[in-house]
Design a protein around this ligand. Structure first.
Ligand SMILES: NC(=O)c1ccc[n+]([C@@H]2O[C@H](COP(=O)([O-])OP(=O)(O)OC[C@H]3O[C@@H](n4cnc5c(N)ncnc54)[C@H](OP(=O)(O)O)[C@@H]3O)[C@@H](O)[C@H]2O)c1
Length: 326
């Protein structure tokens, strides 16, 4: 597993990380033994970077990571998020309320300081007010967190965050089916020494290549209840694509695969070929998936001509279908 520097944190993180939303049972139920297997497999595959949030399963994801971590000789790097819990969201943000949420995360994660705390898609007006980033910087100064970053929905929000001198990381939606960050955001983040963490690398599983039209998802799975954005931002489920359209678009990508190449290899490799990306936090609901995803680190970069072809495909076929803005 290759490592990359995560912006101002200076952490050397695995270029494939583990997204732990699934450990909160938000993609259907993951039982305790499987959750532990997912985490163990990640560590064995060389993954040292884990992304979670206080709200995943009402704290279950953090609790599982905290319990697992306490058995390890060397703790991996854990990034959590703050800002979507009812105690703060949508309009109760203050330095004190953020600090209290972070302290609850510390207890669940079983740590004395948080490696990386990311604002979790806070409302635009709260972010653009600017004060919330300063509170995070103060909490860093006070030693509650080592570093802070922001997870955002929109590119203009990401660009706004790049102006804060202490912001260490940005977590963005970025994949073959959402390519816009290449133009301005990635170079600006690199200039400002901000580490890019990529979420939804497989567009909620579409880019694994295994999904079929009209597939049903469990009631507890956000790909059921948020397929059209009924519960939270539509972009967070299937990348904002209507599900059947997403399956069709992935089918259109199939002729671009080389012999024996899997769709998810193309998808993960495409992201890793962007030098400004620090870590791709692929989510997994089964341990085998983690192992498959980790292998992308060892694959050769995609040919330049394929990158051009994929850029064209995105502009012509995909972009106009994304709901919720970019
Ligand atoms: N607002 C935010 O900050 C925010 C929002 C969303 C996500 N995130 C973070 O980003 C992480 C990644 O995003 P995501 O999990 O939503 O989407 P993702 O990584 O694009 O997709 C994950 C899903 O893809 C499928 N999959 C993964 N590896 C596979 C493999 N090797 N073979 C076949 N299928 C595979 C699994 O689907 P099945 O479960 O159907 O098998 C898995 O649940 C999350 O876990 C979370 O940590 C943050």
């Amino acid at each position: 597993m290759k490592l990359r520097t995560l912006g101002k944190t200076g952490f050397k993180v695995s270029e494939i990380g583990l997204g732990c939303w699934q450990l909160g049972n938000n993609f259907g139920e993951v039982i305790d033994t499987e959750a532990e297997k997912i985490l163990d497999s990640a560590l064995e595959a060389g993954i040292n970077f884990y992304d979670t949030a206080d709200v995943y399963g009402g704290g279950l994801s953090e609790t599982r990571i905290g319990q697992w971590k306490s058995q390890l000789a060397k703790a991996p790097i854990i990034a959590t998020k703050v800002g979507r819990d009812g105690a703060l969201y949508p309009d109760k943000y203050s330095k004190a309320s953020i600090k209290a949420s972070l302290q609850a995360s510390m207890t669940r994660l079983n740590v004395e300081v948080i490696d990386l705390a990311q604002l979790h898609c806070v409302p635009r007006e709260v972010l653009f007010d600017g004060e919330i980033l300063n509170w995070m910087a103060e909490l860093q100064q006070e030693g509650v967190i080592r570093h802070f970053g922001a997870s955002v929905e929109m590119l203009d929000e990401a660009m706004f965050c790049t102006k804060h001198p202490k912001l260490a990381t940005l977590q963005i939606l970025f994949n073959v089916l959402r390519q816009d960050a290449i133009e301005e955001l990635l170079p600006t983040a690199a200039e400002n020494d901000i580490g890019i963490i990529v979420r939804l690398p497989l567009a909620s599983g579409l880019l694994s290549g295994k999904m079929k039209k009209n597939q049903a998802f469990a009631e507890s799975d956000h790909r059921n209840y948020n397929a059209d954005g009924a519960a939270f931002h539509v972009g967070e489920t299937f990348n904002g694509l209507p599900y059947n359209k997403g399956v069709e678009l992935v089918d259109e990508l199939r002729p671009m695969l080389e012999d024996g190449q899997q769709m998810l290899e193309l998808a993960l490799r495409w992201i890793l070929d962007q030098p400004q990306v620090s870590s791709v936090i692929a989510g997994a609901s089964r341990a085998e998936q983690v192992i498959g995803n980790a292998r992308a680190s060892a694959l050769a970069p995609l040919p330049l001509q394929l990158h051009h072809q994929l850029a064209e495909f995105y502009k012509e076929r995909v972009r106009g279908n994304i709901r919720g803005g970019i």
